[in-house]
Design a protein. Structure first.
Length: 271
């Protein structure tokens, strides 16, 4: 997002624990692609958290656990200690709680699907969805409130719809590490805010308004903290916010199969 602090991310491999077979349970059954459907919520530029607070991101902006309603919980103590606004990169708990909930007069909800394509690499096989520089992730230019026409810091009016969030829920089977060739690894690269929760626990933390950044999790290394055990199915939820001009980068890489989950409830009252 913020041009002066863009961070280049070259994803050639995933380090010591490289992706391997994409077989979560049965040999030779990895699909050619994965289609996942989530909910985009479009916001107007005058929302207090949109087109505000550019910087380098804010770690620990949300709590370790999802709330009872399956949404991220703002780390109020952390934000208050940093200072609400430009330091914490969020206006208040009230404004944050609107990001991933349907709020009439504040946002409008739109179902949206992405397709992760299978790629075979020397380091192992992965599924990838990538819309990043120069082919940015602006999925609702012709939907919701439409193109952003005023109040933009680093873009001309009518270029894109710059202010939205995306909530994506999936499931996966955690298999025995001793029965596969590589660790389970999930990586996200993009901007702005991104949080990934596995089994309700924070797994990827890229909060705040920032340039393109990367974070990943090795599920095998973090299995105890995440509370996951071989042979069981678990939820993976991704929460993304595009809050500021002028870029929107969105890249997922995973070497385990993500399965579609039920679409989050969309309120008909949001507009």
């Amino acid at each position: 997002m913020t041009p002066s602090i863009l961070i280049a991310a070259a994803l050639v491999g995933m380090g010591p624990s490289e992706p391997g077979d994409l077989d979560n349970s049965n040999a030779g059954t990895a699909p050619a692609s994965l289609t996942l459907t989530g909910v985009i919520r479009d916001f107007k530029v005058d929302h207090p958290d949109m087109e505000s607070y550019p910087g380098g991101g804010t770690k620990n902006m949300v709590l370790e656990d999802l709330g009872a309603d399956g949404k991220p919980q703002l780390n109020v103590d952390r934000c208050a200690s940093l200072g609400w606004g430009s330091n914490a990169q969020v206006t208040s708990e009230e404004t944050f709680n609107q990001w991933f909930r349907d709020v009439a007069g504040v946002n409008t909800a739109i179902p949206y699907s992405i397709e992760l394509e299978h790629e075979s690499r020397a380091s192992g096989d992965v599924y990838v969805f990538a819309m990043e520089r120069p082919d940015y992730f602006f999925p609702i230019d012709e939907a919701g409130y439409g193109l952003s026409m005023s109040g933009l810091r680093w873009a001309a009016p009518g270029t894109h719809n710059f202010h939205f969030t995306y909530e994506l829920e999936t499931n996966f089977t955690y298999t025995d590490p001793a029965e596969r060739d590589a660790d389970f690894v999930f990586r996200f690269t993009g901007d702005d805010d991104v949080w990934v929760f596995i089994n309700g626990k924070l797994a990827v933390d890229l909060g705040g308004v920032h340039g393109q950044q990367s974070d990943s999790i090795n599920l095998d290394d973090e299995a105890e903290r995440l509370g996951i055990e071989p042979g069981e199915d678990y939820q993976l939820k991704l929460f993304f916010a595009e809050r500021h001009t002028s870029e929107s980068n969105f890249r997922i890489e995973t070497n385990f199969v993500l399965k579609p989950a039920e679409l989050p409830v969309i309120s008909s009252l949001a507009d």
